[in-house]
Design a protein around this ligand. Structure first.
Ligand code: GLP
Length: 240
């Protein structure tokens, strides 16, 4: 695992977007998995800007959504699905058959997990996975204590995730479960990048990089990825 420290959030976002652009140029039908949340906002903006400026054909690229809040409709502005459509798929005009997101309203969530695992398998695996980090060290919704080998699964959310997660929604919302790609997917991906910015993430980034790997702090698994990177701005790197 390699840590790269950028001057600011914009530089971090631009560099992360370049990873996607570079991949799509080399492999137009690449499989890219992206997290939602505040951290990847800048990355999405830069991907859209670069695709347009460099006239890149991104129409063959496959996009996998990392996770979703169970029971939250995709029209809700706080859903992960809304994030992807609003910030990436609509600006880039990505067609529906290239978009693979969990249906968190399904009454067969385990079936949704199997479907996602099959899609990833059929497409030849994930080429690049870009994830954020939660305040309890989660990746996607892989909460502390998670089995590192899991593929897609449904999980009960921790108190921290439920509390912090309110920030995405217009009003208070009852959250209890998440549906997520597993850390098995992260480890199977050809390349994995964890991105974080801001002082609030400094402690979890320090733990990710410096603490012995333990499933009570899921993000530590990045240390084990053969082509794993942690991209941070100076604030998130401030106690490394
Ligand atoms: C959320 C999501 C993650 C996300 C993380 C950090 O709960 N489940 O996929 O990466 O927490 O979010 P943010 O970037 O908003 O800090």
């Amino acid at each position: 695992m390699e840590v790269k420290i950028f001057d600011d959030y914009d530089a971090l976002s631009q560099r992360t977007a370049e990873e996607v652009i570079k991949l799509v140029k080399e492999k137009p039908d690449a499989v890219v998995c992206l997290a939602s949340g505040n951290t990847p906002l800048g990355t999405c903006e830069w991907i859209a800007k670069k695709v347009k400026a460099e006239k890149i054909d991104i129409s063959k690229c496959n996009f996998i959504g990392l996770d979703e809040w169970v029971g939250v409709p995709k029209e809700n502005t706080g859903s992960c699905s809304y994030f992807f459509h609003h910030n990436l798929f609509e600006p880039l005009n990505i067609s529906a058959e290239k978009i693979f997101l969990f249906d968190a309203l399904s009454n067969d969530l385990n079936g949704e997990c199997k479907k996602m695992d099959n899609i990833i398998k059929e497409k030849g695996g994930i080429d690049l996975i870009i994830v954020g980090i939660g305040m309890n060290g989660h990746i996607g919704f892989n909460e502390p204590g998670v089995d590192f080998s899991l593929l897609s699964h449904v999980i009960s959310l921790h108190e921290t995730t439920i509390t912090v997660g309110q920030k995405y929604f217009a009003g208070a919302i009852k959250l209890s479960k998440g549906i997520t790609l597993g850390l098995g997917h992260l480890m199977n991906a050809q390349k994995a990048i964890l991105i974080a910015n801001g002082k609030a993430k400094a402690e979890v980034i320090s733990k990710t990089v410096n603490e012995p790997v333990n499933n009570n702090f899921p993000a530590g698994i990045m240390q084990k990825h053969p082509d794993g990177f942690v991209f941070v701005d100076k604030d998130a790197a401030s106690i490394l």
